[in-house]
Design a protein around this ligand. Structure first.
Ligand code: NI
Length: 255
């Protein structure tokens, strides 16, 4: 069966020394591609190295809201330059996180907006991280309607909210939590999102799906996310993954 992971942090230190064998296995097991998003300058640099080394890994560059306080003009110039890299297919992950509030909210908003402008200028899609910040995230994305498209990564909101993002042209991506028994809102969202706007991901090394919850996540486990989403859509996992591959290529046009 083919597989795809639209969001995995393979540059995480947990995979150090293991990546060669992991990627070799993935090639044999049918993994088509992995998108590796960044969260700060060092992870952008590591991501670029991975995209050069492994054909199946594509990258996104950007400053996560947690680290927004570290974004300066030098960083913005750096990512503007790297958007031209042929295997950098998006700006991300960017957005707002009001759950942890690791950076002041006004700084998060300013850095988010600036990176949206960079994506627009580079004609690249965005990968959006949004936690407990749906109102402000939506309001900012709306100002770029028709100019920037993207994916709501590891979506955690309601179906009502998802409809608004769909109207802006965004894709909705599901990860491990869709497999959790206590997941209440997500099954409803997955059942309702049109097939041509769905993505799946692991967000490795975080958010490990059932039945491996508690262990380190890895892209191979995306099959459990695929199974659950496919079940909610009433189709086979194979059909779902084929659709997600199409959707991924439709949004990330450099792939
Ligand atoms: Ni992530």
């Amino acid at each position: 069966m083919k597989l795809i992971d639209t969001h995995a942090h393979m540059d995480d230190e947990k995979y150090e020394g293991k990546l060669d064998s992991m990627i070799k296995n993935y090639v044999e097991e049918g993994m088509v591609l992995i998108i590796n998003p960044s969260y700060d300058k060092a992870s952008c640099e590591r991501t670029i190295v991975l995209t050069e080394k492994y054909p199946m890994i594509y990258g996104a560059i950007g400053m996560h809201p947690h680290d927004a306080k570290d974004a300066d003009e030098e960083f913005f110039s750096y990512i503007i330059e790297k958007t031209r890299n042929e295997k950098i297919v998006a700006v991300g992950e960017i957005g707002l996180d009001y759950y942890y509030d690791y950076s002041p909210r006004d700084v998060q908003k300013a850095v988010f907006k600036r990176q949206m402008e960079i994506a627009q200028d580079a004609n690249l899609p965005v990968i959006i991280h949004c936690r407990d910040s749906h109102h402000d995230t939506y309001e900012l994305l709306k100002t770029f309607k028709g100019k920037v498209k993207g994916v709501m990564h590891s979506y955690s909101g309601s179906w009502e909210m998802a409809k608004l993002y769909l109207d802006l042209g965004y894709y909705i991506s599901f990860s491990g939590p869709i497999t959790f028994k206590n997941s209440r809102k997500l099954p409803e969202v997955a059942a309702n999102v049109p097939l041509d706007r769905i993505m799946i991901e692991t967000d490795s090394p975080y958010l490990t799906p059932v039945p491996f919850r508690g262990k380190t996540n890895e892209p191979a486990y995306v099959q459990y996310v695929a199974q659950r989403v496919a079940q909610l859509k009433g189709i086979s996992s194979e059909e779902l993954v084929i659709k997600v591959i199409e959707n991924t290529k439709a949004l990330f046009t450099k792939i």
